[in-house]
Write a protein that binds this ligand. Sequence first.
Ligand SMILES: [Mn+2]
Length: 331
Amino acid sequence: MLDRFAAFLDSHAKILLTTHENPDGDGVGAAVALAAYLKEQGTEVRIVVTPSLPENLRFLDPQGWVEAFEPAGRHADLAQWPEAWLLVDASDPQRMGPLTPAFLATKAVRACLDHHLKDAPDGFHAEFTDSTASASAELVYDLVRPRVGGELPPVMVQALYAGLVSDTGNFRHSNSTPKVHHAAADLIAQGAHPARTFTALYQTATPAKLKLFGRAMGGLQLRGEGQFAYVAVSQEDLTACGATPEDLDDLVEEPRKLKGVEVAALFSETADGRAKVSLRSRERVDVNAVCREFGGGGHRLASGAKAAQSLPAFIAQVEAAVLAQLGRDIV
Ligand SMILES: [Mn+2]
């Protein structure tokens, strides 16, 4: 796969990199590292994200390469720019949110680089996917490590390490393979800084965020003899705490801390009145199967879905589906 991917990169002189809407440390880390590699090769490369680069990921972009998507402004003709457009860290064009129409309209070669399970209609001329990889950053690491002579440039080291940290939950999740630890060790040997990376990525809470967590945890629900735990956040909760949707990041990790929990969920209400769920499985339950029932998806152990429904109605349906899946996967 990587040879095929390298050949793809070599055959285009102008490459646009984008990741899924609301970019995470892996999507941004993989894109920045790939951009550093491509620039070194003399390829023209741009990175565009939507809605913007989150505050806690700014340190991954010291050169200011990442552009926040402005569809009515400087990116009105974005689809015209690239020879190839690579979606990083997702394999469904719809996951690009506001960038999707431009992606589907471009005459450029459309491709994706991803480690998520594929469950969406095709929209790509070329796909570079490997669901055994822990992170997109791991795929980029595997690409660049043998192809860059000597040590990797610092910007690449930092971006790749942060990508691995992000998608393995700081090497705690079950995708923390020997291989990803070896890659991390190599990156640390080349200057990646574990403590600073952790602080930059995670220790960035505002009082509003902590108040929101407190309010949400006050409403903690347990079902299925304590195997399913969830919290729910309405728009009213966000307003009451002065919090933003970004403050929901990692909230799903809280119910997951309970002893005996197999599946944790965070339900939230979006600004346009839709309902959303993030599901996390400890190990045994396939939450991707649950999310697919609602038109969403992700990984077996981490998935999400959205629905045009009220929060209470959506919670009831997802709860039933989770309990059914618990029955199938845990005997
Ligand atoms: Mn990822």
